[in-house]
Design a protein around this ligand. Structure first.
Ligand SMILES: C[S@@+](CC[C@H](N)C(=O)[O-])C[C@H]1O[C@@H](n2cnc3c(N)ncnc32)[C@H](O)[C@@H]1O
Length: 251
């Protein structure tokens, strides 16, 4: 039986595994961008360059921006020889000219930032009139897990929302915030990725580490956490959550 994941995994490995689990929504986002060779496309919070090669297959020029120098370095390594320019920068003050981008992607970044409306204002600033952006965010309140105690599942969700994720329900807020930032909403979609493997969900949703974090925070008892994890590990296992995708255009 694989070991439970009690500590945070290496971030690049984590993002690579998340990209495999999120293959379907990532393809949906890429298709929604409708990239063409005359386009300049921007990936805000590009991480280790997960989506840059696929964007570079379709767009003429791709810019990736990330705050974390380790991500920038890895994204540069993964896009060597491709028409991709990776820049270190903050999504709140993008190192990108006004109205210079035809397409932009913001994939699981806004839950981390200090000021999501500020980042959406930056997105609007850099998009050309008629430009388009595709954004995706999970909603951490919606994590549903079986088998095991529903009460512990809910306490786990509350702990993650209160203590782990900075903007945990940004997914459901995305369309409203984008509209308030002056962007035109083209589509709002939800999907519910399904994980059937405990180990994968343990890594991606932090089941063990956050259940024990909830114990330390006094949200659940240690016996309740142990019983819940034992039930999940015994299976048959299922975890799901709502993931929002919003496609917008600039006037
Ligand atoms: C969950 S990862 C997603 C990476 C990539 N979009 C993907 O789908 O694999 C979030 C990324 O956003 C970056 N990030 C967080 N805050 C940022 C900010 N203020 N400006 C730019 N990048 C930021 C992180 O460094 C990280 O690489």
């Amino acid at each position: 039986m694989p070991e439970r994941q009690t500590s945070r995994p290496d971030l690049i490995t984590y993002l690579d595994h998340a990209a495999v689990a999120g293959r379907a929504y990532k393809q949906h986002l890429l298709d929604a961008l409708d990239l063409h060779p005359h386009h300049t496309a921007l990936d805000i919070g590009c991480g280790p360059g997960t989506d840059l090669p696929a964007m570079a297959e379709r767009a003429g020029t791709v810019i990736g921006v990330d705050l974390d120098p380790a991500m920038v370095e890895e994204a540069k390594r993964r896009t060597t020889g491709l028409p991709v320019d990776v820049r270190q920068g903050d999504a709140h003050a993008l190192p990108v000219e006004d109205h210079s981008v035809d397409r932009a992607r913001v994939d699981r970044v806004l839950h981390l930032v200090a000021d999501p409306p500020g980042v959406l204002a930056e997105l609007r600033r850099v998009l050309r009139p008629g430009g388009r952006a595709a954004l995706a965010q999970p909603d951490w309140e919606t994590i549903a897990i079986d088998p095991g105690s529903v009460a512990t599942n809910l306490a786990f969700n509350r702990f993650v929302c209160d203590r782990i994720v900075r903007n945990p329900v940004i997914g459901r807020q995305l369309a409203r915030l984008a509209e308030q930032a002056g962007l035109r909403i083209m589509t709002v979609d939800t999907e519910a990725p399904v994980l059937r493997d405990f180990s994968t969900a343990d890594e991606l949703l932090g089941l063990t580490r956050n259940a024990y974090g909830a114990v330390q925070a006094g949200r659940i008892t240690r016996p309740a956490a142990d019983a819940w994890l034992a039930d999940l590990e015994a299976g048959p296992f299922l975890a799901t959550f709502t993931l929002f995708s919003v496609v917008v255009s600039a006037a």
